[in-house]
Design a protein. Structure first.
Length: 139
């Protein structure tokens, strides 16, 4: 795997990222990309919270899923597509402020890919840990 992400590929990912409706609706933004890795931010917003004022588990789960997808986009071929086939999240602490996800691809094969995600608050406290499996296919 190359050490640096091709600038054209990074620009392509950043350009298309806002076109994904649900992550855009939640306000998820790309902070950093490199081959097989992605760092995303989910800003604390009232509409993303649950009844006690913490970021909703569904929003955190979406952040995890989207983070692994972004990391995987740095590795797949132009004609490859991806779909989530399994996702497991352990919630470790409540989030009452902006959070950051750090995703890393552990395996990319011909048909599947697996990534892990750490979600932290901006102080570095671990909020959640996830493992996500994707189906990799061509049209």
């Amino acid at each position: 795997m190359p050490e640096k992400l091709d600038k054209n590929r990074e620009a392509q990912i950043r350009e298309h990222f806002p076109n994904y409706p649900f992550p855009a609706h939640l306000g998820i933004e790309v902070e950093h990309l490199e081959p097989g890795r992605a760092t995303l931010i989910l800003s604390y917003r009232q509409e993303n919270t649950q009844g006690m004022g913490f970021i909703h588990g569904g929003a955190i789960t979406t952040l995890c899923d989207t983070s692994v997808a972004a990391a995987l986009f740095t590795m797949i071929e132009e004609d490859e597509k991806i779909l989530t086939i399994e996702l497991k999240v352990n919630f470790l602490a409540p989030a009452d402020s902006d959070i950051r996800s750090l995703a890393k691809i552990l395996h990319k094969g011909r048909k599947t890919a697996v990534g892990e995600v750490d979600v932290t608050n901006m102080s570095g406290t671990l909020i959640a840990k996830a493992l996500v499996t994707y189906y990799v296919y061509k049209d």
